[in-house]
Design a protein around this ligand. Structure first.
Ligand code: S3P
Length: 431
């Protein structure tokens, strides 16, 4: 499906964007391992998180939905069953990598595959540490690509340095660490999203965290049982970011984004947008079940170019393509470096942004680990490719709002992966 987004007069109104994707995945995966029933409110019903739900059903977990509330009847740490068929991980890297961590501790066989994009993405980053812990993993391209098979079993603890600052890698190792003999340790130079360790802590795992001069370390020891929990999933900052960006670049705009997760491991985009000069305010900041949530008000104002360096990347990893798009409308140059991980996301997001900007006659320089974007560029419009990547489709839709003739996005239905109502919401706030 193609979608064309045209110039608007302004962005105005209030939105509660869909619930957080990372927390929704974990709100199925971790409760599946608990003893008893967990209750999940405001679960994100979108492509990726429904994949997780289906996968855990195939692993024998009874997951029910009543009146928009999800009930996960946990099987306990050793109660999952061997799946009867190949598990389809769809487009979801988070489902795949976290589930490999869980499966590493199970005394059975499982085979995993996924869509064209997921089958290209690197899995050795989890397969290697999990193999060191004792799981037997093999797959295409020397165990780096799906289809991949795993036979779990007795695990031993490892100490792992998470140089890529990948939350999926950290989470996979921590989940396997629940089963391992000894204390498993993950250190990362800069903290990546910390939902797994927070949730495991609430559920009674033997887990601790600390900051030191080397960075951030999580330690987890063999755990006998996890308690079920009640979770109310806040709005996703990665989805809210699109509308914040829209209000920041369309003159005279003002938007209120309700109930957004502003955990500091996730809100780097909003902080960077503020540094660019955007008028952004967190209102009604509150603690909701251990996560910080706020209503974010964004008003249009003049923006200036900024630098993004490696240390800043983890807290805005999924928003960097959008930041590059916003930067085309700021005064002066924006330089993004240290973001090489973008090359192995749902698409090569550096290439996707650069090629699409060039299709629109917008100047950009491609770097191996980022890009340099010239500011205050005129957007005439044209046709771009989503590369079947939800965040690329939504990012270029936002640029369409300031284009002279509109931007047409090919394969725009991929927004379903994280934000099925994206275009409906965009229409709602467009004047
Ligand atoms: C995620 C972690 C990030 C992020 C992804 C979701 C998670 O990936 O890009 O969209 O829920 O743990 P990496 O761990 O590969 O950085």
């Amino acid at each position: 499906m193609e979608r064309t987004v045209k110039k608007v007069k302004r962005i105005e109104g209030s939105l509660r964007v869909p619930s957080d994707k990372s927390i929704s995945h974990r709100a199925i995966i971790l409760p599946s391992l608990a003893e008893g029933e967990s209750v999940v409110r405001n679960f994100l019903k979108a492509g990726d998180t429904l994949t997780t739900l289906n996968v855990y059903r195939k692993l024998g977990v009874d997951i029910e939905e009543k009146d928009d509330v999800i009930y996960v009847k946990g099987k306990g740490l050793d109660g999952l069953k061997e799946p009867e068929d190949i598990l389809d991980m769809g487009n979801s890297g988070t489902t795949t990598r976290l589930t490999l961590g869980v499966l590493a501790g199970q005394d059975f066989f499982a085979a995993l595959t996924g869509d064209d994009s997921l089958r290209r993405r690197p899995m050795k980053r989890v397969a290697e540490p999990l193999s060191q812990m004792g799981a037997k993993i093999d797959g295409r391209k020397d165990g780096n690509n799906l289809p991949l098979c795993i036979r779990g079993g007795k695990l031993k603890a490892i100490s792992y340095y998470n140089s890529k600052m990948s939350a999926q890698v950290k989470s996979a190792i921590l989940l396997a660490g629940l089963y391992a003999k000894g204390t498993t340790q993950v250190t990362e130079p800069i903290i990546s999203r910390d939902h797994t360790e927070k949730m495991l802590n609430w559920m009674g795992a033997n887990i601790s965290t600390e900051f030191s001069p080397e960075g951030y370390t999580v330690k987890i020891s063999h755990t006998d049982r996890l308690k079920p929990i009640h979770i109310d999933v806040p709005a996703d900052p990665s989805s809210a970011a699109f509308f914040a960006a829209a209000a920041a670049i369309v003159p005279k705009s003002e938007i209120i984004l309700k109930d957004v997760l502003v955990n500091p491991t996730r809100d780097g985009f909003f902080r960077k947008l503020k540094e660019m000069g955007a008028d952004i305010e967190y209102k009604n900041k509150r603690d909701e079940a251990g996560e910080i949530v706020a209503d974010i008000v964004v008003k249009y104002s003049d923006l200036k170019g900024v630098k993004v360096v490696k240390e800043e990347v983890p807290s805005m990893i999924d928003e960097i393509p959008l930041l590059a798009i916003v930067a085309t409308q700021a005064e002066g140059e924006t330089i993004i470096t240290g973001a090489e991980e973008l090359r192995v996301k749902e698409s090569d997001r550096i290439k996707a942004v650069v090629e699409n900007l060039r299709r629109l006659n917008i100047e950009v320089e491609e770097l191996e680990d980022g890009m340099v974007i010239k500011g205050k560029q005129k957007v005439k419009g044209g046709v771009v490719d989503s590369y079947k990547d939800h965040r690329i489709a939504m990012g270029f839709s936002i640029l369409g709002l300031v284009s002279e003739d509109g931007i047409t996005i090919k394969d725009a239905d991929c927004v379903y992966i994280s934000y099925p109502d994206f275009f409906k919401h965009l229409e709602k706030v467009s004047q």
